[in-house]
Design a protein. Structure first.
Length: 122
């Protein structure tokens, strides 16, 4: 490995848990639970991004979740959200019907957070 420098992962499980625990209490105001996913959850680190899922607190006809104001609240914390509706082989189109919104945040630190807001209701 001469000439190569090993870089630390962009996100670790510990860092991801800090983020999830910080936003979990307020997320309930918008009708959501917060879940961690992706490489950070599965491997304990990610060199790309932190995947966070917002799950509606009620999977019923009276779903009170509000993706628009939830994302606006997170933009106040993390900066502008960028829509992620571009199709790719890695994230097939057939899963789009599960999401109310898919956005990414590019933090000033250079780190990225991908936010997947799940649809509620039946």
């Amino acid at each position: 490995m001469s000439g190569t420098q090993l870089l630390p992962p962009m996100w670790t499980l510990e860092q991801g848990l800090v983020v999830v625990r910080a936003i979990q209490p307020e997320s309930r105001v918008y009708g959501y639970h917060v879940c961690l996913g992706g490489g950070v959850m599965n491997r304990g680190h990610s060199d790309k991004d932190l995947d966070i899922f917002l799950l509606p607190m009620c999977n019923c006809d009276q779903d009170n979740s509000d993706p628009v104001t939830a994302i606006a609240w997170l933009e106040g914390l993390w900066g502008p959200a960028e829509d992620m509706t571009v199709q790719s082989d890695r994230y097939p189109h057939q899963f789009d019907e599960m999401y109310a919104r898919k956005v990414k945040f590019s933090l000033p630190s250079g780190q990225r957070i991908d936010l997947f807001v799940m649809k509620g209701g039946s």
